[in-house]
Design a protein around this ligand. Structure first.
Ligand code: PFF
Length: 459
């Protein structure tokens, strides 16, 4: 047996896993979902989804990783060598690499905007006396010109890949663990500072009221499905990340406290984001038609509008985009690690060789994703450009399928006692909690994921 590396402490292990979970899902997906699905009513359903489905499914993935100490394909192979269940791992592995291709591009955008905030070029076109609608046009055009241009994003893509490679080459302890220990506290500090600033803006209370006022009349099956999708995406379920990272958890770690802490921190980041976005947007009376909170537009168009109207524009803008860079970087590192560990375990490649094999092809794939937003937008797959195709295929199909099959696998197929022994550390911890988890993984999670598919097919 090779000597398996593991994270040095409980804090590091939580910091790394929270780093992988906290990403653009918290920053730009969450506020949009809240706005569309009844404010705090969505929040209540979302919390329910995390508790009843997110945490149990996370525990199922943790048990596979920690129990086998292997990568996302190897874990299934080790437990059921003569059956093709490893196919589940292959789905996660492929999905994770497909996500890596376009997420690197988004990470590159965040770096470009951070730089634009620092040198002021982002705000060069919005002088005194500009009207609100002109300002929106300036930022919207700036964003679409940048994203659609052939060359401007390339430099940033190369920088993002280089930073990822640098961290990943250093390995789990000196690379991933050190990065997470340094960046995650910084991320929380920035979040708190921005929260304080947003809440002290004029009329901030209107935004808070919108965020916290539940509109239960909006609750329907669609809201539930959005909440479930958001919970799974935000907790990085089905991507192989949790199996991969938990293979670095020490044997004595209490998986339940880890899963609860990670889910709590991830939720806290989303919640704090809500306390930043809603007051900030309402305070400047931006929008009302819903478009201002939609995904990329929220961070690259709406928020620059907000910062431009605040004193110390560049300071708040730079802090916000630094937050985004951290969120994106800790996620890209974790998702690249899925393939790296696979190559290390399966092919017995050295860390260096595996890292190069994963990162270098991205020098082609990520620019292709970027170009598919501009000059290559006519090249479509199933009617979508490459970027959108990868995004929708993974989030709508591959991740939920992998999560569903993982629940069935851990709930029904793994050797008897395996799941229990992992979650309870052989009967020492969380013993009374485990039967509930098992029921949720065996029945509730598969039924819920299947219902989502059925609903989507019907509507
Ligand atoms: N949980 C992550 C998020 O909320 O953004 C999901 C993720 C996406 C992780 C892409 C890693 C990644 F590269």
């Amino acid at each position: 047996m090779s000597e398996k590396v593991s994270f040095g402490s409980k804090i590091s292990l939580i910091a790394a896993t929270v780093g992988s979970a906290v990403g653009l899902g918290n920053v730009w997906r969450f506020p949009n979902e809240v706005q569309e699905n009844g404010g705090a009513a969505f929040l209540v359903v979302y919390i329910g989804c995390i508790l009843l489905l997110g945490i149990p499914v996370m525990l199922a993935e943790f048990s596979l990783g920690r129990g086998t100490g292997l990568d996302t394909v190897g874990a299934f192979k080790r437990l059921t060598p003569s059956k093709p269940w490893w196919g589940i791992g292959v789905i996660s592995l492929l999905a994770s690499y497909m996500i890596t291709c376009f997420y690197m591009v988004v990470a590159a955008w965040t770096m470009h905007y951070l730089w634009g905030s620092i040198d002021g070029s982002l705000y060069a076109g919005v002088g005194e006396g500009i009207t609100a609608s002109d300002m929106k046009d300036v930022f919207a055009t700036q964003f679409s010109d940048f994203v659609g241009s052939a060359w401007s994003p390339m430099l940033w893509i190369v920088i993002v890949l280089a930073v990822n490679m640098f961290i990943l080459l250093k390995g789990v302890k000196s690379g991933i663990e050190r990065m997470s220990n340094a960046l995650m506290p910084l991320l929380f500090v920035i979040l708190l500072v921005l929260c304080g600033v947003a809440l002290s803006l004029p009329n901030a209370d209107e935004g808070v009221e919108f965020f916290l006022r539940p509109d239960f009349s909006k609750l329907n099956a669609g809201v539930f499905i959005s909440a479930l999708g958001q919970a799974f995406f935000s907790l990085s379920l089905g991507m192989g990340i949790l199996i991969t990272y938990s293979s670095y958890f020490p044997k004595k770690d209490n998986l339940t406290t880890t899963a609860v802490s990670v889910s709590f921190c991830d939720f806290l980041v989303a919640l704090l984001m809500g306390f930043i976005i809603f007051p900030a947007v309402r305070s400047f009376g931006i929008g009302g038609d819903g478009s201002e909170l939609q995904s990329a537009a929220l961070v690259f168009v709406t928020l620059p509008q907000v910062f431009a109207q605040m004193p110390l524009t560049q300071v708040w803008s730079a802090l916000f985009f630094l937050l985004l860079v951290i969120a994106a970087l800790t996620s890209t590192v974790s998702i690249s690690e899925v393939s790296i560990l696979f190559f290390q375990e399966k092919m017995r490649f050295s860390r260096k060789k595996a890292t190069l094999l994963v990162i270098l092809p991205l020098l082609i794939f990520s620019p292709l994703c970027s170009l598919s937003q501009g000059v290559l937008s006519d090249m479509t797959l199933f009617g979508k450009n490459l970027f959108d195709f990868l995004d929708s295929t993974t989030t709508n199909y591959m991740l939920p399928i992998a999560a569903l099959l993982t629940c069935i696998y851990v709930g029904w197929v793994v050797p008897k006692g395996f799941f229990r022994n992992e979650v309870t550390n052989n009967g020492k911890v969380a013993v009374r909690f485990f039967p509930i988890v098992r029921v949720l993984v065996r029945y509730l999670a598969p039924i819920m994921i299947l219902s989502v598919f059925a609903y989507q097919l019907m509507s």
